[in-house]
Design a protein around this ligand. Sequence first.
Ligand code: DC
Length: 209
Amino acid sequence: MRVIAIDGPAGSGKSTVARTLAARLALDYLDSGAMYRSVTFATLRRGIDPADADKVAAVARDIEMEIAGEVTVDGVDATREIRGPEVSKAVSTVAANPDVRVEMVRRQREWVAEHGGGVIEGRDIGTVVFPQAELKVYLTASEGERARRRQQQVDDLTYDDAAANIALRDRVDSTRATSPLAVADDAVVIDTTGRTVDDVVDEIVGRLA
Ligand code: DC
């Protein structure tokens, strides 16, 4: 079973690279960040405080989510809203919840078993979720480029707000106690600044046996 792990901070190019790589290798693609965003979406929708660890963990265990291009949470289309400002602001708190992480990791492993492998992107895929992955890639990019990419993804977002949002999320994701964003010892580190998606994907494919 082929499992390729793609980790890295926000705006490093993970989603585009992982999706393109999956298509090239005829593997399915899983955006694990969309899972944490879906839990956050359901939490806010139920009027629960994202910092209420027990209640949020119960939401994580309870909800039905479908992550496949479109994102559906308990039968509701959440594709747009999971990328919106409210979810983006609260998601790091939800992702720092250890019980939420246990449940997401379980679901990610189940997804891979059901799909016969895949390309999975996130923050802890190579370090925690699939330490036996065939290849672990850690993508980076300069702060300026990451902020510019983020700004392009969201309507009416200024460059300064994009940069501040990314810096804050990086800090929370990298300093949390459970499964912080980190480079796996055996990961291939690729800086995507100024490089095209195809160029980066070519390099990754070239590293596969
Ligand atoms: O990749 P993204 O920006 O959609 O991720 C949303 C949040 O979820 C981000 O703050 C980090 C967190 N996350 C995580 O902790 N572990 C993962 N495997 C994926 C995302």
